[in-house]
Design a protein around this ligand. Structure first.
Ligand SMILES: *Cc1c(COP(=O)(O)O)cnc(C)c1O
Length: 428
């Protein structure tokens, strides 16, 4: 495969025709626009619906209708163990042992539950380190946890300011912050991929640095899971959380995920907020008064699993299993590389990417700053949306565009570039 990109539709179509993953696009519903498929670049916000989801949901509705309570045992996929059906594919996707992952709740809830166990502040060590400009939920969650333990965010929240020109963070800055404040940091909580800049972080390097300072480490993988190949077990992180409606295509409000490193699998002394589904599976239905946690991530479950939310996740993870994260990443590198090349060579008078250029420091998303300020940016964004090019807007002047290798094409990137050019050259 040649890396010499060309800006023409013919060239893009030839790439799509030669793409070994091209058949996966047909497994998704692509939202239409004016009688053709839209150029959908918003899979980092809400992934597209796999066609097979409808049938999977209908099967559960049918079992509910025909079997009611007996569906727990006699359904085609008995509901009792339903969360276990996604476990192997989920573990494969994030590079974990099957016992280290669980699908449950939603991202923000899982973040809180993980902090209940892994943010254990003491008078000497009570701070949480996050990046400045973190996603609101993450900041709110961290602040509220600090207050919950009777500490004050003024003293206990450390927000790492970007040290690179486009608002990204160098490893050097993380290293310096840990060297300077490490002794008072209880928890380091960073993203796998930062939602605003698209910067990807080196989870293993960060974990190594933080553990050397005695800090616990958690990652929010909302924008990393299904986007980058992950090796969570080897990273050594204590925990991680993610949602499933972005790159994982499991539908709005889909059931989220959590990772708890194997070294914590049997630490029964860790405080946790418990519920019956986290109880040891063998004796759960004796309904005894004493909580005995299931070893591993399953032990953090509270409620019985949401079948109608797990069914789409299951379909989606099977797609990832068949496509393979390594092959998806290979395509993603070329596709996002092409988009970046188009921006640099064809659109440099309109847009500039603030996402790191080094491919190991980004996933599929490019965050494109519109030159000339917010008003101009909003006008371009609205024009794109009206013309079937779907991205999203982040204040004050960034359009996020994320080609997802499961369903986006080189042709979509050309469609984006043509729409931007048409806007820039429109008659006044
Ligand atoms: C999308 C996203 C969330 C959303 O949390 P929900 O609990 O799923 O609503 C939180 N944090 C980050 C970093 C995100 O990207």
């Amino acid at each position: 495969m040649s890396n010499a990109y060309q800006a023409t539709l013919e060239w893009a179509r030839a790439q799509d025709a030669a793409d070994p993953l091209r058949a996966f696009r047909d497994e998704f519903l692509i939202p239409p626009h004016d009688g053709r498929a839209s150029h959908y670049f918003c899979g980092n916000s809400l992934g597209l619906q796999p066609r097979a989801v409808r049938e999977a949901l209908t099967a559960e509705l049918d079992d509910w209708g025909a079997l009611a309570v007996e569906g727990h045992f006699k359904g085609r996929q008995p509901w009792l163990d339903y969360h276990e059906y996604v476990r192997d594919d989920l573990a494969e996707l994030v590079g974990a042992l099957p016992s280290e992952v669980v699908a449950m709740n939603t991202l923000g809830v899982n973040l809180h539950l993980m902090m209940v166990s892994f943010y254990r502040p003491t008078p000497d060590r009570h701070a949480i380190l996050i990046e400045a400009g973190a996603f609101p939920t993450d900041r709110y969650a961290v602040e509220s946890q600090i207050r919950f333990h009777g500490f004050s965010p003024t003293l206990s929240l450390i927000e790492l300011e970007p040290d690179e020109p486009n608002g990204t963070l160098s490893m050097g800055a993380i290293e310096r912050a840990l060297a300077e404040h490490g002794e008072r940091i209880a928890l380091v909580l960073l993203p796998g991929v930062q939602y605003r800049t698209g910067q990807a972080f080196d989870l293993k390097a960060i974990t190594g640095l933080a553990h050397r300072q005695g800090c616990t480490v958690g990652f929010d993988l909302a924008h990393a899971v299904g986007n980058l190949p992950l090796r969570l077990h080897d990273s050594g992180a204590d925990f991680a959380v993610w949602c499933s409606y972005k790159y994982l295509n499991s539908g709005p409000g889909a059931v989220a995920g959590a990772f708890v490193h194997d070294r914590h699998a049997r630490t029964e002394h860790l405080p946790r907020f418990a519920g019956w589904w986290g109880h040891d599976k063998q004796s759960r239905f004796r309904m005894g008064p004493e909580f005995v946690p299931t070893p591993g991530a399953d032990g953090w479950q509270i409620s019985n699993p949401p079948i109608l939310s797990l069914a789409p996740l299951r379909v989606s993870l099977q797609i990832f299993h068949r496509a393979g994260m390594a092959r998806l990443r290979e395509k993603s590198l070329r596709l996002t590389g092409y988009l970046e090349w188009l921006v640099q060579t064809q659109l440099a008078d309109v847009l500039e990417s603030v996402t790191p250029r080094e491919t190991e420091r980004r996933g599929s998303q490019l965050s494109l700053r519109v030159l000339g300020g917010r008003e101009r940016g909003r006008a371009l964004f609205e024009y794109l949306m009206e013309h079937g090019v779907v991205g999203d807007w982040r204040e004050p002047d960034v359009i996020r565009i994320s080609p997802a290798p499961l369903y986006n094409r080189f042709e979509d990137c050309v469609g984006f570039a043509e729409a931007v050019r048409a806007w820039a050259h429109r008659p006044a």
